[in-house]
Design a protein around this ligand. Structure first.
Ligand code: DON
Length: 556
């Protein structure tokens, strides 16, 4: 099925239904990375909108109040649970590569990757999917009009809002990058310098762009004057977008990955995100153990090894499902997991060099955003969307107010050469016209007999390990609050290192893990997880924003 500005229906969704279909929470809740965005979602539900309207309102508001993380110039994944039908759907609004893109476009004549080429300026920008995804969700799932869903975002852009410490810090860290692009510079550095915390930032061009989309729908973004302006500016500054690239962009509906961990039901995203496959592979490995019976040290050892093996397969096999054949059934098979489990040594770390010879640097913590939304009928939305690194490519086409992404860096610029997150890969994730870069973003639903949870986070390659630790916490009786607060650790196969937050390991565990052969590196707190949990037994709904950042959560 193919309709312009509509959707490409790739697969029939698995008709998995959470038992929430028969229960109703009677409350509504939002968790997001920014208080104004959370408010936008709560407002829309107070006005009679459902979780899908609220998710659109929150996502659109984030494009205004957190443009360093996500926006109309980016893309992402929205996981929807429709309480009425029991169906779970993944809305894939991931960017795709322009038609003129080639596998070696970020290499010089000698075949070396040009540092920064896939990260800066319009050449690093994929064709955005966010507007198409939001319009699709509003139109097909919402109760209110698209204009009503966008209203809070328009107001925030038009009237402005006071900058918080995080926005201020982001502007400080990206001053040199944004200085190169006059339109972005003018919006975000109004007096030619980083505005102070509390400064009321107005974005009139972005307000006009949002109003145009609210009035005329997504075609106002993908065709017409705005599209012409974006393409002209992109091409004048070294980019390769065409009007046809924008016109032909399609949201794709995909079947989520569904699985189980010791009876807990998991619904998460499928490729072009690697998140669902990698987490399920790791959890399948762990399913063969009774982790509760192990010592803390042994449990962490096994979890780290499961991450190592699963992240290895990410690098080897995964890419855009419309372009590459992937052995998904094998990767998700319990027999395959059993084989990997047999390779895990109980007393020792397995060197990643036993698996492949490439090394990579650790990623810095960057930005992206996640939301969790639930309405009183039990409709659920988890979303993770991004412009990739802080302020994406840094490039803003004049008069649009829209920062373009640098999502092209999520492709493999050259086999074996790590990307901005230290991730390696091969031809499965090579650049090709209209192909979607492999992602780690993974909004996820969990359900046990006692209740359900929504969770998701930014963090590049670390997203998957964070969601996995949150999943295990929920399995062990945690709730939204503990899921987002939990100290984190991470292993992604290459580099062969375990990164951990302060407090993730006790002194004894550090010594124990080092004795087992692990190389450990303590890092600053990372991630910005948002979660909602609903306990069927007590009827309680919790919403929580990651305490590491400025987000907020509300329940009514
Ligand atoms: O799709 C991905 O996996 C990345 N573009 C996400 C970037 C990210 O999470 C940056 N955040 N901290």
């Amino acid at each position: 099925m193919k309709t312009r500005f509509g959707v490409l229906l790739c697969l029939l969704f698995a008709s998995l239904s959470l038992s929430a279909a028969t229960l109703k929470p009677g409350h509504y809740a939002v968790a997001s990375a920014q208080p104004y965005a959370t408010q936008a979602g709560m407002q829309v539900m107070a006005e009679g909108g459902n979780a899908f309207d609220a998710a659109v309102a929150v996502s659109a508001a984030l494009s205004v109040v957190e443009p360093y993380s996500s926006g109309l110039g980016g893309g992402g994944f929205w996981l929807l649970h429709d309480a009425k039908t029991g169906q779970n759907v993944m809305v894939d609004g991931r960017e795709y590569a322009p038609a003129a893109a080639t596998a070696s476009m970020y290499q010089d004549k000698q075949g070396n990757v040009i540092p920064g080429a896939s990260l800066n300026g319009p050449l690093s920008a994929g064709i955005p999917g966010e507007v198409a995804a939001l319009a699709y969700i509003s139109r097909h799932y919402g109760k209110l009009s698209f204009a009503q869903d966008l209203a809070p975002a328009i107001k925030l852009a038009r009237d402005g809002f006071p900058l918080d410490r995080m926005f201020h810090a982001m502007l400080k860290s990206r001053e040199q990058k944004l200085k190169q692009w006059p339109a972005a510079w003018k919006v975000f550095y109004p007096d030619g310098q980083v505005p102070a915390t509390g400064y009321v930032l107005k974005q009139p061009d972005l307000a006009s762009t949002l109003e145009l989309i609210a009035r005329h729908g997504p075609r106002a973004f993908y065709t017409g004057k705005l599209a012409r302006e974006m393409v002209k500016a992109v091409r004048a500054n070294g980019g390769i977008w065409s009007l046809e690239d924008l016109r032909d962009y399609q949201v794709k509906l995909r079947a989520p990955i569904t699985g189980e961990y010791h009876g807990m039901r998991i619904v998460t995203v499928s490729p072009p995100s690697s998140g669902g496959i990698v987490m399920m592979e790791a959890l399948n490995i762990l399913s063969g153990y009774d982790l509760a019976k192990d010592s803390d040290l042994m449990r962490k050892h096994l979890i780290i090894e499961a991450m190592r093996f699963a992240y290895r397969d990410r690098a080897e096999y995964l890419g855009d499902p419309d372009f590459v054949k992937m052995p998904l059934a094998r990767l998700l098979s319990p027999y395959y997991a059993a084989g990997l489990r047999a390779a895990i040594l109980p007393e020792h770390a397995t060197p990643s060099s036993n698996l492949a010879p490439v090394t990579a640097e650790a990623p810095e913590s960057q930005h992206t955003t996640s939301i969790a939304v639930m309405d009183k009928d039990g409709n659920l939305v988890g979303g993770t969307f991004t412009v990739n690194f802080r302020f994406g490519s840094g490039f803003m086409p004049p008069h649009t107010g829209v920062i373009l992404n640098d999502e092209m860096d999520d492709f493999v610029s050259k086999p074996g050469v790590p990307n901005g997150f230290g991730l390696v890969g091969n031809s499965a994730n090579a650049i090709a016209p209209h192909k979607r870069p492999l992602s780690s973003m993974m909004p996820t639903f969990l359900e046990t007999r006692n209740g359900l949870a929504i969770l998701g986070t930014p963090g590049g390659s670390r997203i998957i390990s964070m969601v996995m630790l949150g999943t295990l916490d929920y399995f062990n009786g945690g709730d939204a609050e503990s899921i987002v607060s939990l100290p984190r650790y991470h292993m992604q196969y290459l580099p062969d290192k375990v990164f951990y937050e302060p407090g993730a390991f006790s002194a004894g565990e550090i010594t124990g893990l080092e004795k087992m052969g692990y190389s450990l590196q303590q890092v600053h707190p990372y991630g910005n997880m948002q979660s909602i949990s609903w306990n069927y037994q007590t009827g309680k709904v919790f919403a929580a924003a990651d305490p590491r950042d400025v987000g907020s959560a509300a329940v009514k």
